[in-house]
Ligand binder design. Sequence first.
Ligand code: HEC
Length: 133
Amino acid sequence: MKTILSIISVLIVTLISMRTDPIKEWKAPTEANNFINPFKGNTVAIAEGKKTYIQICIVCHGEKGKGDGIAGITLSPKPGNFTSPKVQAQTDGEIFWKMTEGRPPMASYKTILNETQRWQLVNYLRTFNTLKK
Ligand code: HEC
């Protein structure tokens, strides 16, 4: 009887874990591509973005933007890696949209940061691009 019960409970646990959907890829809507970065190439904006990044984002995304900040290590999905082609291939508008909307476990920064601060961050995130040059 005990054995049957344990077999049943193993089965139930297996079925429950199979039901969990894989984490869907996070994609910004196409209209985000039309957003215009008002600070493109502006070095002051990059410096301002860095300040905000250190205050808020670094804990999860890490100093070098690799998604390895101390508060990010145990998260699922993992914080985005800003040095990756996957992130850098996105348009400024898509990156802006993602930090505006957020997706758990990352918060939405729509009200926490104003538009200017969010665009400054987009420009700062571009400095993690190891592919350009
Ligand atoms: C609590 C930890 C946490 C903090 C703080 C945080 N993020 Fe995130 N971030 C995440 C996680 C986790 C993801 C991955 C979400 C997903 O893929 O569903 C993510 C994803 C992103 C992405 C999308 C990356 C991709 O792969 O497309 C951007 C852009 C981003 N974060 C920017 C920021 C910015 C800018 C800040 C600071 C204002 C910030 N994040 C603060 C956890 C965090």
